[in-house]
Ligand binder design. Structure first.
Ligand code: MN
Length: 738
């Protein structure tokens, strides 16, 4: 040992190490004969085992366990020789080749058990990819075994945070996350107010240094003004307490922690200036336990004689201590200049318990053998008992542990697990789809449903605490506009918007390609006047919108073609069609097809089907129904327009109508079979005839078939468009134009 000690450190370092060691001995106040030897032996052993090891900052490693022991003694207030020895030895087993059995032979079973617990915790903490839920469970289990393990671990955490830059960067982030999630609540539950506050401040300092500095700066800027105000507020209270209370007391003021100010600003969305409780005044009275509660109420009445209280903000934790065991009387009164000031009233016993939690109570109990049972003890015992019983049940959802730890946030957030047991925290009200995006944007994008605790649910399912969620995906699924209504997180909403934008772009491109290709077929240029009329007719704001609707099948191409053909025809036959259309407009509804005794027939030249625009032509054989765009009709009209009858379809036609499709495409083996399959098997339409003509590798054909309505036909065309090599599918207008 001596040799290592000589070689490893410089004279200055040796002096520093010894100084820290002596400081620890002085502050721990242990019995020099019965208790100190254990601590001394532990220090020597740790020094030897860590040898010349150094932290990332370069300082001797031994300074870390020394600092942990000092925090344990001075800040947590635990002056137990076994715990101090364990604090000094806490990294020995984990970082060196020493076995736990050696600790046991050298230091006895109590120290060995504590060191073993701490070693177990650092071992489960280490793997970065293991299930967090399981890790927390193991850590809590170890801590619930002996609460001293938790206290040493907290001291270790606090020192690691104070010296975070001496840890490797990948370890830093992990320590911050873990500390926030697990150790802050533990410090809270153990009533270690100061430790918890410092840890939270350090987390903020590392997470968001700018925010931390900004608040610190504001606090400094307002310090002078605040002190003056506090003095003005306190002076009358002091005078009155001196005259009327009759027992010793102390008044202090305390500034809210930077992290609490930050949290409040975030929670309430307000600037620093609007946080009204930046400071609180605390009155601590030296009152014996028998009268302490009554004395607190006496202070209350003295203060409220001076300042008007806000009854909504009265917190009586005297009659009913907080779940953590915290006891005090908090009141908020109207101070000078109409400012609300919080005053905390407590006895010295309550105060020490509030500052040091259960540790203070242990000390207190020793000095007051017959003291009444402390609410801290009871609360802690209750809590530990709950944790232990939760841990005994392996089937119990880990979430119960988490809400046990973090009741204050359990309301705003929901904790759920991936199928692998990884914990995800989402805002309250988040849905299965939010969860999908939380895991990965690609999973969100292709999500179609979810399984929660093994049962299938919709993506709109609102997540509940402890749900185990599995997302079901499909390669073909895409985000939809409707999904925006079911997500709660900004992340999911933003991703869906991005996809929708991209989808729209692609649909527009698709629509444009189809449209322009058809226009070329029809011999129309995209800047033709007819396009403007088409947009007007379809009530669309832009050509882009038309492309989009075509690209998403919201508009059928045959309808556009018909419009264009009609337009061209009307141009060709001057004003006759226009006149007719006007006439139709006025007389529409005069006659309904099928609701009328007049004999009628469907023209074989243009195959009208519901709900084509149609007209009746009164011929010698009765009323013949033509499509308004039928060229044959055009000719008849030019001869005698008085024979025209306006017609409208009955809303629900029950008979089938004959129509024809013209097909063109690649003449490949199986093409005919594929076409027939779609028409008669898939869409269940009866085919009347098929004529196919091959021209080498190209074919043309006409299919006559029966449909109920034009919608039938459109959906059939959409299906046929999927047949490989089928390049052109058009409704056959009339044999005359083929
Ligand atoms: Mn450590």
């Amino acid at each position: 040992m001596e040799k290592t000690w000589e070689v490893a450190f410089s004279e200055d370092e040796k002096r520093l190490i010894l100084r820290e060691y002596r400081r620890l001995l002085r502050s721990c106040g242990l019995d020099p004969k019965t208790e100190r030897p254990l601590v001394r032996k532990a220090f020597r052993f740790a020094l030897q085992q860590h040898q010349g090891a150094r932290r990332k900052s370069g300082e001797p490693y031994i300074l870390h366990p020394l600092a942990v022991a000092q925090i344990l003694v001075k800040e947590i207030g635990l002056r137990d020789p076994h715990a101090i020895a364990a604090a000094l030895l806490h990294d020995v087993v984990e970082d060196t080749s020493i076995e736990i059995e050696v600790i046991e032979t050298q230091f006895g079973s109590t120290v060995a058990r504590l060191v073993e617990g701490l070693t177990k915790i650092s071992r489960v903490e280490s793997p970065l990819d293991s299930s967090q839920a399981e890790t927390f469970r193991k850590i809590l289990l170890t801590m619930a075994d002996d609460i001293r393990v938790a206290l040493i671990k907290l001291a270790d955490r606090l020192h690691n945070l104070r010296t975070l830059s001496s840890l490797r960067p990948e370890k830093q982030a992990k320590i911050l996350a873990e500390t926030e999630f697990l150790y802050v609540p533990i410090a809270h539950r153990l009533g270690l107010y100061n430790i918890r506050t410092e840890i939270e401040d350090l987390i903020l300092l590392h997470r968001d240094p700018a925010a931390y500095e900004a608040i610190k700066q504001k606090l400094q800027e307002t310090a002078k003004e605040r002190t003056a105000y506090i003095n003005r507020f306190i002076t009358p209270i002091e005078e009155k307490l001196k005259k009327e209370l009759g027992i010793p007391y102390k008044i202090e003021s305390r500034i809210k922690a930077i992290s609490s100010i930050y949290q409040k600003m975030q929670r309430q969305g307000v600037p620093f200036e609007e946080i009204y409780d930046i400071f609180a005044v605390r009155i601590i009275i030296d009152s014996p336990p028998e009268t302490e509660k009554a004395d607190c109420w006496r202070v209350y009445s003295i203060i409220t004689q001076l300042y008007r209280p806000n009854h909504n903000r009265l917190r009586d934790w005297l009659s009913q201590p907080k779940a953590t065991g915290y006891e005090a009387l908090h009141i908020t009164v109207m101070g000078p200049e109409g400012k609300w000031v919080e005053v905390q009233i407590r006895s010295r016993r309550m105060h020490e318990a509030a500052e040091y939690g259960l540790v203070a109570h242990w000390r207190y109990k020793e000095s007051q053998k017959n003291g009444q049972p402390s609410p801290y003890d009871e609360a802690l015992e209750r809590w530990l008992a709950r944790i232990r019983s939760l841990l005994q049940n392996p089937d119990l959802p880990n979430i119960d542990l988490i809400s046990e730890l973090r009741p204050e946030i359990a309301q705003d957030e929901v904790y759920v697990f991936t199928p692998k047991g990884e914990l995800k925290v989402l805002p309250h009200g988040a849905t299965a789809l939010d969860f999908a995006y939380e895991i990965h944007s690609e999973i969100g994008r292709h999500a179609i449903a979810a399984k929660v605790n093994g049962k299938p649910v919709l993506l709109s399912y609102e997540l509940q605490n402890a749900d185990q969620v599995e997302i079901i995906t499909s390669e073909r699924a895409q985000p939809t506009e409707d999904q925006l209504k079911i997500v709660k997180t900004a992340r999911a909403r933003q991703k869906i918007r991005e996809y929708l934008k991209q989808q729209r772009k692609e649909a527009i491109e698709r629509g444009r390609a189809i449209f322009e290709w058809r226009l070329r077929h029809l011999g129309i240029r995209p800047d033709d006047a007819i396009i403007r009329e088409l947009l007007w007719y379809l009530k669309l704001p832009s050509l882009e919108e038309l492309h989009y609707r075509l690209g998403t099948h919201q508009i059928d191409l045959p309808r556009i073609q018909e419009f264009i053909r009609l337009k061209r025809l009307s141009h060709g036959t001057s004003s006759i069609v226009d006149q007719l259309r006007e006439k139709l407009g006025i007389l529409s509804g005069a006659t309904e097809i099928g609701h009328n005794d007049e004999p009628y027939n469907y023209a074989t030249c243009c195959y009208p089907i519901p709900f084509d625009a149609v007209m009746g032509y009164l011929s010698a054989d009765g009323l013949i129904i033509h499509r308004t765009i039928c060229p044959h009709l055009q000719k008849l009209l030019s001869l005698d327009s008085s024979k025209v009858r306006p017609l409208r379809w009955t809303p629900t036609p029950t008979k089938q109508f004959l129509t024809a499709l013209r097909l063109e495409g690649e003449d490949r083996p199986g093409m005919l079979l594929d076409i027939v399959k779609v028409i008669s098997v898939q869409k269940r339409k009866n085919i009347r005839s098929i004529r196919i003509e091959g021209h080498g590798t190209y074919f043309q054909g006409i299919v006559e078939l029966w449909v109920y309505t034009e919608h039938d036909l459109v959906s059939l065309i959409q299906e046929l468009e999927k047949v490989r090599g089928l390049l052109k599918i058009e409704r056959q207008l009339s044999p005359a134009i083929v």
